[in-house]
Design a protein around this ligand. Structure first.
Ligand SMILES: [Zn+2]
Length: 354
């Protein structure tokens, strides 16, 4: 017990240090106007070098190492409101509900959308509208949809502004207390970590599950709250608002898949009222459906629903849930086969096929 408290104390001290470093980032950020500008001023490197992929060098100053180590964390807090679009970096600043676009669309984004890596937001629009190539991926399409819902940058709106935002609340400058409170270790942090991650997870499934667990998927209700001019109704059932819990747990489409899963696992009817219900279900130790199999199945179902939702929204392609379940079944079999030598996967095929 004492050791646990000692460990928590050390973690709290580390969190406080991180909060101080984040404050440093904010100061550098506000003096330079943008993290991306700070990076260029500091390094004076060629404009094609990516701040987000830069590795730490022994010769870097302590301050700069601190920034590099915390850049991904800082991204979550710094939000940009576009005015004239002359300061904000199109790819690196956080100016859309999708977060920094280089992370959302990926490193192939500048080439596929024909927007240079060092472009400012103002350089990507002209008097006709936004000047980007047709989307070739779902994330790029999300960006297109978002851009059609907002005004172009304009000198009449003044300069771009940056805010420190914690849990959706804009702070007046940097707030140590609310940042610390958002970062401080909580007792249940490990709880959800174990429910979400497992050895042998399929990376793309685990990533979607992780984002869903943080409730950061760009669902229609979140995009609507961000000011996008869209109908927030769920496209799969047209009955309720598309929130994470509705789309992934209680929509008829999701219910069909969870039922199909429970039949295969020889369990009683599955009905999740909220996300915590799902996390609790993942923790249950049961001979016929051990946690690894439950997590494998849940990751596949959540990934499949999110993929189908995107397909319907962006490509107008509707697929029956029974067909989706066949894909899920196949993916689960493939995952188990590929990992059959791992101890936790040893008996899973017979449990899944029974
Ligand atoms: Zn629905």
């Amino acid at each position: 017990m004492e050791q646990d408290e000692g460990g928590l104390g050390i973690r709290r001290f580390a969190t406080w240090n991180r909060t101080l470093c984040l404050r440093l980032i904010w100061l550098l950020f506000t003096t330079s106007g943008s993290l991306w500008v700070a990076w260029h001023k500091h390094h004076n490197r060629s404009s094609t070098t990516s701040f987000w992929n830069q590795t730490e060098k022994a010769s870097d100053s302590w301050n700069w190492k601190c920034i590099l180590r915390l850049r991904c964390l800082a991204q979550n807090f710094i939000s940009c409101t576009i005015g004239d679009g002359r300061k904000a970096s199109f790819w690196f600043d956080n100016w859309t509900p999708l977060g920094p676009l280089i992370k959302y669309i990926g490193m192939e984004g500048p080439r596929s959308l024909r927007v240079p890596l060092n472009a400012k937001v103002c350089e990507v629009s002209n008097h006709d509208g936004w000047n980007i190539a047709d989307p070739r991926s779902d994330p790029a399409l999300d960006l297109h949809v978002y851009l059609t819902s907002i005004d172009k940058p304009s000198a009449s709106k003044g300069q771009d502004t940056f805010d420190w935002v914690v849990d959706g609340n804009v702070c007046a400058g940097f707030s140590s207390s609310s940042t610390w409170s958002a970062l401080r270790p909580r007792a249940n942090a490990v709880d959800w970590y174990r429910s979400v991650w497992f050895k042998g997870a399929t990376p793309k499934h685990a990533f979607t599950m992780w984002i869903a667990n943080l409730d950061r998927l760009p669902t229609k209700s979140r995009l609507f709250r961000w000011g996008m001019n869209i109908d927030p109704t769920c496209g799969l059932c047209s009955l309720q608002v598309e929130t994470r819990d509705h789309l992934l747990l209680s929509c008829d489409f999701a219910k069909f898949l969870w039922n199909a899963v429970s039949t295969r696992l020889q369990l009683s009817h599955l009905s999740f009222q909220n996300w915590e219900d799902l996390l609790s279900w993942l923790r249950i130790k049961h001979d016929r459906s051990p946690p690894t199999l439950r997590k494998l199945v849940a990751h596949s179902v959540i990934y499949a629903i999110w993929k189908q939702r995107n397909n319907l929204l962006h490509n107008n392609t509707a697929v029956l849930p029974s067909v989706i379940f066949k894909h899920i079944d196949k993916e689960i079999k493939n995952s188990i086969t590929a990992r059959r030598l791992k101890k936790s996967f040893k008996n899973l095929m017979s449990l899944w096929l029974h």
